[in-house]
Design a protein around this ligand. Structure first.
Ligand code: ADP
Length: 838
């Protein structure tokens, strides 16, 4: 609807509200018939008279609802400044009658339905944006969201003159410099003359439009953002109300989608951290170590470039390495101890800077190397009181102070980098007193390697205990893990049976010693008073409690015991403390791994839940579409039939996507179970071809089938074998032009493709003379969501999940899958499945 239409419609309010009435009446009748249909569907044997009676009952029950809808659609909304019969005097905006007479009630209804259909923020915003603009013409529409915990907003959707301006999205701006900030703060809709509103509030005027309207996006009791429209003509009261209603419906869904997106990002970063730690701790020398630290840094906090600064001889900081600079850097000046980029904040907190001193030499050098300063985060690499170096995140992609989750990640990164930098200190001359230290450091490096293989915190604890006992030659020791505020035994070694504590039990001793070590963050050495053992070892004379802590978090305690009163001299205790701090990194990494696993599990459960929930509505959309298309509720015109066919096609695509997503998540979480049996091949292949016949016929492709009748049955999950074949044959059909050739062949063979696999297999081959796959893309085609960049392929519907699932399914059967392909000539996919032994 363009604005000329809008204005003319303002002069015909009655006719349009009559139209709305009819729409409501039809909707009402459909709903009543829907209820009766459901009754009939649920109880097919029910007497027709009962269905008619039920129809009458539901029609009368739904009557009040129809009246309420009619009243609310035609009545003035909250502002009360207009009425349907009296268009608002504002000549520019839509009147209440226009809005009521248009399909706005339908819009709100369908919007609220759509809001549940996806949790993808991009899709939701697009939907809200396009639907709003269809009803309220405007030059620009934006969805601004408030940054959690900060007084900034950023756009998640920004469209201008019908074009999406994604470069404007995701860039934070201060909420107190924009009208949208006021809408978020006050939770009140604002429609105003833009310049006047800015002048009254002393805000900078940045927009080229005369009129501004913004409505709060609520979620629960909070306001999470604003839906904003701009144009040159003023907004009417009715438009303002409609905007408010749309924002009310969109707010919770947008917030939900934002949270879902954030939790995915956190999960990804949780997964990135152990990877980065492994790379850093496994670095062979100073150069690869610096590169590994910077690569890890940029993965955890994306930025244009990153610098590693280490101390220099002049007492300042010099650049050791950099990553991401577009040009080879000129010489970087050293930074003095008082430079704002390295002014240490309290604790390990990273420092955020959005301003450098004018004419700053370091900033100018970065500018000369292609990245002028916009903002930076600097992260101290601190060991106890000493700072060993700094990482600068130059022009972070989100120019905001790090939030608590960023801080946590950066804290972890800093500790790993510190441990690696310490281990990488220059080697002293042989024979010096420091030789011992070097030996210790190389032991620590070996310990790190071993620790990195531990998959859970208890495993890491057991390895640490083993090392500590070997190093200190203590006869017995205990590793205790902090779990939900109390302690449990993770490993014990060297105790006589009577004194050995059970794994996972509470340590059978006074927790005061543990607590003391944890609170002080230092080793606590207890010598026995008379004949009472300070620990668990009968006759023990010394007990050393070593705290294992990371970033103020208590992870556990190591207890080493000895029968000697002079055990654990200070130098040994110092080394053991360092050993414990290395263990702390591995243990917290192992904890993060466990968190990633449980986040993935939650994701997969969520997808299964959604897939299940979508099944019913999709089945009913499909059913009703077919019914209407078959003329069950009256004659269907050609354009209507075309629309219905489009709906049907899209529902089919959606249901394929949902089922693929469900499969992927079940494969990833290990919940996809196969039901093996001996399956004869010919009927399975027939079933596949039966389902794809119309697709192949529609393209008039020539199909050759070479399935020998004496093939043995295969040992597979029948449904999954059919899924594999269907996907490969359907791809061959989809990616082969009309009149092309398809060939499906199978043979029994010894397993020459996988000597470690089943000895006898059936080898399938699905060949096509189609588009082929370019060499460059061949390495990616089994990846999740991979689709060719080629325009012809992109025009063919697909999700990019089929081959990923197919490969997993084949491999879960003990088979192999591979292919050959030549661009523009065709592809041949092969796979094997085991022969059922007879
Ligand atoms: P989808 O077909 O849904 O896109 P798939 O995972 O089955 O997803 O395939 C991934 C991609 O691999 C396709 O998008 C296409 O680019 C390419 N591909 C798969 N099979 C063929 C084939 N037989 N011929 C050419 N390209 C293919």
């Amino acid at each position: 609807m363009n604005s000329a239409d809008d204005r003319s419609s303002a002069q015909r309010p009655r006719r349009k509200s009559g139209g709305l009435s009819i729409v409501l009446d039809i909707g009402y009748l459909l709903l009543a018939s829907g209820c009766s249909f459901l009754l009939w569907a649920a109880f097919p044997g029910v007497h027709p008279a009962a269905v008619v009676l039920f129809f009458a009952l539901s029609a009368s029950a739904l009557l009040p609802l129809r009246e309420r809808l009619r009243r609310s659609a035609l009545a003035p909304s909250a502002s009360g400044a207009f009425s349907p019969d009296r268009p608002t005097p504002d000549p520019a905006g839509l009147s209440a009658a226009d809005i009521a007479a248009g399909d706005s009630p339908n819009l709100l209804f369908s919007l609220s339905q759509f809001m549940h259909s996806t949790s993808d923020l991009g899709i939701l915003s697009e939907l809200v944006g396009t639907q709003t603009l269809r009803r309220i013409p405007a030059s620009s529409l934006r969805i601004a969201l408030a940054e959690p915990g900060a007084s900034f907003l950023s756009y998640v959707y920004y469209s201008e003159s019908g074009c999406r301006r994604s470069e404007r999205e995701g860039v934070p701006f201060p909420g107190d410099e924009d009208l949208a900030g006021e809408v978020v703060r006050t939770g009140r809709t604002l429609a105003a003359d833009y310049s006047q509103a800015c002048r009254e509030r002393g805000l900078p005027e940045r927009e080229p439009y005369a009129a501004w309207a913004g409505a709060p996006l609520p979620s629960g009791s909070a306001v999470v953002g604003a839906l904003v429209l701009l144009r040159d003509t003023p907004f009417s009261g009715a438009e303002r109300s409609l905007l408010e209603s749309i924002a009310m419906i969109a707010g919770p869904a947008i917030d939900r989608a934002r949270l879902a997106g954030e939790s995915t990002r956190v999960t990804e970063r949780l997964a990135a951290l152990p990877r980065a730690s492994r790379r850093i701790l496994g670095s062979a020398d100073g150069k690869t170590l610096g590169d590994a630290i910077l690569a890890g840094a940029r993965e955890l906090l994306p930025c244009r470039a990153a610098f590693l600064l280490l101390p220099d001889s002049s007492g300042g900081w010099s650049m050791d390495r950099h990553s991401g600079l577009p040009e080879a850097p000129a010489d970087f000046p050293a930074i003095g101890m008082d430079h704002p980029l390295v002014r240490p904040a309290a604790g390990d907190h990273p420092v955020f800077l959005d301003r450098l001193p004018e004419e700053d030499a370091f900033g100018s050098a970065a500018g000369a190397a292609g990245l002028p300063f916009r903002s930076a985060v600097s992260l101290p690499l601190r060991r106890k009181e000493k700072i060993l170096g700094w990482i600068f995140f130059w022009n972070p992609l989100r120019p905001l102070p790090p939030n608590p989750s960023d801080e946590r990640m950066l804290g972890e990164l800093s500790s790993v980098a510190v441990a690696a930098l310490e281990a990488d200190r220059p080697q002293p001359p042989p024979g010096s007193a420091a030789v011992n230290l070097v030996e210790e450091l190389s032991s620590l490096q070996r310990l790190d390697q071993e620790l990195n293989s531990a998959s859970d915190p208890s495993g890491a604890m057991a390895i640490t205990l083993d090392w500590a006992i070997r190093y200190s030659e203590a006869p017995a020791g205990l590793a205790v893990l902090a779990v939900d505020g109390s302690f449990e035994v993770a490993a014990a070694d060297g105790y006589p049976d009577a004194a050995r504590p059970e794994a996972r039990a509470r340590p059978p001793m006074d927790p005061a010693h543990f607590s003391k070590a944890l609170q002080s963050g230092k080793a606590v050495l207890v010598r026995s008073q008379e004949s009472v053992s300070p620990g668990l070892l009968p006759g023990g004379k010394s007990a050393l409690f070593l705290p294992i802590r990371r970033n103020e978090q208590n992870l556990g305690v190591l207890l080493l015991e000895s029968g000697s009163a002079g055990a654990f001299p200070p130098a040994e205790v110092e080394f053991l403390e360092r050993l414990a701090s290395h263990a702390a990194i591995a243990i917290s990494n192992a904890r993060l791994n466990a968190e990633v696993r449980s986040a993935n599990q939650a994701k997969s459960e969520f997808i299964s839940f959604v897939a299940h929930e979508l099944k019913t509505p999709m089945t009913s959309i499909r059913g009703y579409t077919d019914l209407v298309a078959q003329g069950a509720v009256g004659p269907v015109s050609q354009p209507q039939a075309n629309f219905l066919a489009t709906i049907r096609l899209n529902v089919d695509r959606m249901s394929a996507l949902v089922s693929d997503l469900n499969d992927v998540s079940r494969i990833e979480s290990g919940r996809l179970k196969l039901e093996f049996s001996a399956v004869p091949l010919a009927p399975a292949v027939d079933e596949v071809l039966e389902a794809l016949r119309s697709q192949i016929d529609a393209k008039e492709q020539k199909l050759t089938l070479e399935i020998p009748s004496d093939l043995p049955p295969v040992w597979v999950d029948r449904g999954r074998l059919i899924q594999v074949l269907t996907n490969l044959v359907s791809n061959a059909n989809k990616y082969t032009p009309p009149h092309g050739a398809l060939r499906i062949a199978a043979e029994r063979s010894s397993n020459r493709w996988d000597p470690a696999g089943p000895p006898e297999v059936v080898h399938f081959l699905i060949q096509d003379s189609g588009l082929g796959i370019s060499l460059q893309e061949q390495k990616s085609i089994f990846q999740k969501f991979f689709r060719s960049e080629d325009g012809t392929v992109r025009d063919i519907p697909g999700t990019g999940l089929g081959l990923h699932i197919t490969r997993n399914l084949v491999e879960m059967h003990g088979g192999r899958i591979w292919f050959e392909s030549e661009w523009q000539k065709g592809s041949t996919f092969h796979f094997t499945v085991p022969v059922a032994s007879v």
